[in-house]
Design a protein around this ligand. Structure first.
Ligand code: ZN
Length: 189
């Protein structure tokens, strides 16, 4: 396997990391056949063995773009924390693994936004009590589906509000990952 790096999240893909978070993918990575970034989930067109990570000049970003990136980072942390908790609450072994993998992917999306907006740290959010409201795997999966639907709409809407074409492209790549999550959540329901 040649040395691959993800142009969106900057992670290196090694022979021992290629199958991470495989529960989060409709079509899974196999040895010698890498089709998703195992860390942020984007498609193989963003994996390269020569190019540099996508870089957006901070000084070119206007206030609105930074506001959108901040919002995007918070949304992904919010969803990442939900999936982490969902993984603890879920009863089915496979659903637990799915939620854990989804949590890892969403947290990586948050880190992508953190890097682009040069934010100092990931936000600390108020954690809602999911356990009393979402007490079956089905309810958790339905909540997951709703969140993915919301995230897709967020990227679509806000893509128009950012001033950088590269950020628009990154939003598109991440949104496609969320579309996969939506399909998978639906499959489990
Ligand atoms: Zn990646």
């Amino acid at each position: 396997m040649s040395k691959l790096m993800c142009l969106i999240c900057g992670m290196n893909i090694h022979p021992n990391t290629y199958d991470l978070n495989n529960y989060s993918f409709a079509e899974k990575n196999e040895k010698g056949k890498i089709i998703n970034c195992p860390f942020c989930g984007v498609g193989k067109i963003y994996l390269d063995d020569e190019k540099e990570i996508y870089h957006v000049e901070y000084d070119t970003l206007d206030e609105e773009s930074l506001k959108v990136l901040d919002h995007a980072m918070k949304l992904e942390v919010f969803n990442g924390e939900f999936y982490e908790e969902a993984s603890n609450i879920a009863k089915d072994k496979e659903v637990k693994k799915l939620f854990k993998d989804l949590s890892n992917i969403e947290f990586m999306h948050a880190r992508v936004h953190k890097r682009l907006g040069e934010f100092k740290e990931l936000p600390k959010l108020h954690k809602p009590d999911y356990k009393s409201r979402l007490n079956t795997d089905k309810l958790l999966l339905e909540e997951a589906y709703k969140r993915e639907e919301h995230a897709i709409a967020f990227y679509e809407k806000n893509s128009m509000n950012v001033c950088s074409d590269l950020i628009k492209e990154i939003f598109k790549a991440l949104s496609d990952v969320e579309k996969q999550h939506e399909i998978i959540a639906n499959k489990y329901i």
